[in-house]
Unconditional design. Sequence first.
Length: 511
Amino acid sequence: MKKRTAVIDIGSNSARLVIFEKTSRYGFHLICEQKSKVRIGEGAYAKEGYLQPIGITRAYLTLKSFLHTIEKYQAKKTICVATSALRDAPNAKEFTQWIKQELGLSIHIIDGLKEARFGAIAAVNLLPIHHGITIDIGGGSSDLALLKNGSIIETYSLNLGTVRLKELFFDSSDKKSTILKNAKAYIHQELASLPSTFRDTLAIGIGGTARTLSKGIMKRTHYPLDKLHAFSYTMSDHMTYLEAIPKSSAKNLKHFGLKKSRYDTIREGTLIFTEILSCIGAKSVTTSSVGVREGVFLEQLLKKDNLHFPRTANPSVRSILDRFKPLVTMEKKRKVKLSLALKLYEIFQKEIQDNKIHAKELLWALKLSNIGKTLTIYKAHQHAFYIAMQELNYGFTHQESITIALLLRMHGKQLIHIPLYEKYEILLPSKETLRWLSFIYTLTVFLHEASNSAKIEFTFDNQTLHIKSNKPLYLAKEKIKVLEKPIPFAIIIEDEDSLAKNKALGIEPSD
């Protein structure tokens, strides 16, 4: 696969360009994203689906600009896909042939099932989910995929789209109540064809409508983390808000905390979304900032892996390690560090009592513990925090990503950075649990930095932590002496130097 891959997605409402850079076998990141409100399907639904000159012109100019960007970024492979507006258009072939002749760009028109599949590939690989139903509401269609145990079971496409509904109903001069009644009847007629297997308590919202609604909910609830991907909410908490949007006039949409750029189709999209949620029995929604474009890219990246990242390969972590190249990257040394942390986590379980449910965050933080030093060794833990906050995008819940970031930040004498804890408290473990995780993380880093080749054993009894090492831990002793502890207890270190000294004095080592 080429190092840089460009993907163009021509939807009924918008055309988007993304360019991904592959950093290693399973590492990649987004280096460019552009969008234009092409509305290629404008006027088509009232003209038997035929693409109209105004939409064709906008599409041509947008694609021409996209190709200039692709050339600037030196992407070696370009994939262009088009969805419902083109697949519904009787003159789509003439348009694609003209674009090929004028711009040299091949456009692949994909059907609704393929569109749903691409969105599902992205969701199942880049979200912390194993089941659910993906819902991607476009301008002309709504495409769904049923996920179970991390696999795509079934896909389905409905002729329900924001532009389609707008032109058929919402642009009418009828009364608002009549418009809603007719639009709902149309939606219900389409939903009647949805197979009964499409039932799940979790919905995964893909596309502009779902993202816009999630941003509105985040704003209204003063959500502390400015990250849309993997944001989740329960239907019961926000159904009143969602149901009010389609009933609103265009003028009053400003009261819902929504982006102005989405005003033209958000009422239609919200109506479709809430009716689908009701039909499938969804109780909660997880938002995806990835979709068709990422699915197209991942189909290429993971074609030899059955379209799944290996269980231990997180693309965000892999990309961070590839790009920031921490000083200690040898796999053997990294495994030693992780082993030390797991031993400490185990022996302190009587005090922590969390059934080791935070082992994942602790180990990921330790894998990333040196990334801040890539920028500068001064305040490296602060740099690591900011890198993690920006780059831990895929495969983590918000709770997991913020916990990892705070562990990277809490390196030194104190175990908790109080201002950050207070800001993100609703997304974090209890203060007591976080103090333990921070202590284990920091102690592990101290020990590993002082002697990463040492054989170290731990015991904890009578409120005393015994650390035995066959190599010197002199520098670690100084740091550990001033390290805050989650609860009062003593730390006794017996390393190579102290054992030699005791032997010279005739003192037997402790058991």
